[in-house]
Write a protein that binds this ligand. Structure first.
Ligand code: UDP
Length: 522
């Protein structure tokens, strides 16, 4: 039986020392401990009737190992990306608080030790049963496990979960299909189930949404924030000077109305990209950034970094987040940053989650090339008042609830009763088709609708039925009245569209503020 534990001492010990990234994660775990503890109490009450099995879980953080090059750790204090570390810290805490039997590895040596092969015999394939029920790792870690375990990895594959910030679509994940149809990338083709990949935001229902948490406010803090907001104070999103390059025009307009603050890393001098009228605090510890956001009215992004945690922290502290719309959207087809990533997802703004799931008045997404609109929006922002907002799925309780659901039931879940069958229009993906009906596409339910009878249910008359490996199937082609069924379950995919097909889409409902879970399936 798993028992909630709010004591974090053993977790901190397990995380270890010797790297700036580990220290960053430990500071975060310590700072958020009280919040996790009270969330655990609430979820414990809510789940009273449920028995929870204690799982043996290995967390192997591949990108932090020396063997993968660990480019992140040296940059923790220099403005490098922190989103991944925020997420790993929160995953570790969630699993620990849920009471599982946790082992943590950040080196090959530890990995080999935990997998039961003596160090020094690293090339020897692991035999016998896996000593873990679940392994959370990333693409680097997956590669390392393959080298270590050889062919036996295949046998243990279903126990693996891959933390994958931007997501992996089924067409890229399926080795044979990706090779045949031009979906091969540096990362994909591991032939996992789409839902074994876990993302930072609910980007695509083909993957599981893991997420992270942001700080929650109590009543006193809420009141204080409202009292202390400085109406003409803006903080710019971007801790690395290069993110400010070429933005003088916007900064100058913004500066007509507001005092501008930045948290850009610098060594000795102000970086040339940051104008003199900006008050640059240098890279701040997370806690101090929160304090700054509590005073600011506006948090403004200039297009990079994509899809990070900071905008949620800003909105949670009562800021309005202003960001550029991308028209055309950025994707692996047209932008260097996404090139080679195993997804075709079209990123419609700097932070599509903020745009689509939160929106006005907390999030304003506009075309930054239109100076008049930009100017008018700044003036509008100074007039409106917003309350701090944090979607439930980014609270500690929300993350605990979701991770609990994944750990306990991800095998045959959600239940068939959650299914709502829809047909997309031609050229439409199932992601969009379900969305337009206020639902979400659920790839785990494809297996129920990949049958001839499903076409009849939607009034499609099949002249012929074919079985094919095609990530758009099951689908109906009006031209030849042909019904296509999916041959390989690994290719069930919500993403993807073609003008030739109306796709069959397995949709389900979702909870307000917890899109990963359907209303009646916990
Ligand atoms: N952050 C910080 N100090 C700063 C600026 C940001 O500690 O001066 C933290 C912030 O709290 C957030 C994390 O950096 O949790 C990641 O932020 P971002 O959205 O920039 O994503 P990244 O590109 O780093 O993954």
């Amino acid at each position: 039986t798993a028992v909630f534990q709010s004591e974090i001492g053993t977790l901190l010990e397990q995380v270890g020392t010797g790297k700036e990234s580990l220290s960053f994660m430990k500071r975060r775990i310590r700072r958020m401990a009280a919040q996790w503890a009270s969330a655990a109490r609430r979820l414990d009450d809510k789940l009273r009737a449920h028995w929870r099995e204690q799982k043996r879980i290995l967390v192997h953080v591949g990108f932090l190992t020396e063997e993968s090059g660990d480019v992140f750790s040296p940059k923790v204090l220099k403005g490098g990306p922190l989103g991944e570390m925020v997420q790993w810290a929160d995953i570790l805490t969630a699993l620990h608080v849920l009471g599982h039997n946790l082992k943590i590895s950040v080196s090959l040596k530890e990995l080999h030790g935990f997998l039961g092969v003596p160090p020094g015999r690293g090339s020897c394939p692991l035999t016998g049963p896996l000593p873990f029920d679940l392994i959370y790792t990333d693409y680097h870690g997956l590669q390392q496990m393959k080298q270590h375990m050889g062919l036996s990895l295949r046998k243990h594959k279903c126990h693996i979960r891959v933390i994958d910030t931007f997501g992996t679509e089924p067409a890229y994940n399926h080795e044979e299909y990706a090779t045949l149809h031009g979906y091969r990338t540096n990362w994909g083709y591991w032939n996992l189930h789409g839902q074994q990949y876990m993302t930072m935001f609910p980007h695509t229902p083909d993957n599981s949404f893991m997420g992270f948490v942001a700080e929650e406010l109590n009543e006193t803090e809420r009141l204080n924030i409202q009292r202390n907001k400085v109406n003409n104070m803006a903080v710019v999103y971007g801790k690395e000077a290069s993110m400010w390059k070429g933005k003088e025009k916007f900064l100058t307009i913004l500066h007509r109305y507001m005092d501008i603050h930045g948290t850009v890393y610098f060594e000795t001098q102000r970086p040339p990209e940051v104008p003199a009228f900006v008050k640059n605090h240098g890279l701040l510890p997370q806690q101090e950034l929160q304090q700054l956001l509590r005073k600011a009215k506006l948090f403004i992004g200039f297009g990079f970094p994509y899809e990070g945690p900071a905008p949620l922290e800003a909105i949670a502290n009562g800021c309005i987040f202003l960001q550029p719309k991308f028209n055309p959207p950025h994707s692996s087809l047209n932008h260097e940053f996404f090139r080679g990533k195993p997804t075709s997802r079209k990123v419609s703004s700097q932070h599509p989650y903020a745009e689509q799931y939160i929106g006005r008045p907390h999030v304003i997404t506009i075309d930054f090339n239109n100076s008049e609109e930009f100017d008018a929006t700044i003036r509008e922002i100074m007039r409106i008042n917003v309350e701090p907002l944090l979607p439930y799925e980014y609270t500690c309780e929300g993350m605990l609830e979701r991770v609990h659901a994944y750990v306990q039931n991800q095998v045959a879940w959600p239940p068939l009763s959650a299914l709502r069958l829809l047909a997309s229009s031609e050229g439409q993906s199932c992601v969009t088709a379900c969305q337009s009906a206020g639902l979400i596409c659920e790839p785990a339910l494809y297996r129920f609708i990949n049958i001839k009878e499903a076409f009849g249910g939607l009034d499609f008359q099949c002249e012929g039925v074919e079985f094919e490996m095609n990530h758009l199937f099951p689908a109906f082609s009006a031209e030849h009245a042909e019904c296509g069924l999916q041959q390989d379950p690994l290719l069930f995919s919500c993403a993807g569209s073609s003008a030739k097909y109306q796709r069959l889409c397995p949709c389900r409902d979702y909870r307000n503020g917890q899109v990963a879970l359907c209303r009646d399936c916990l």
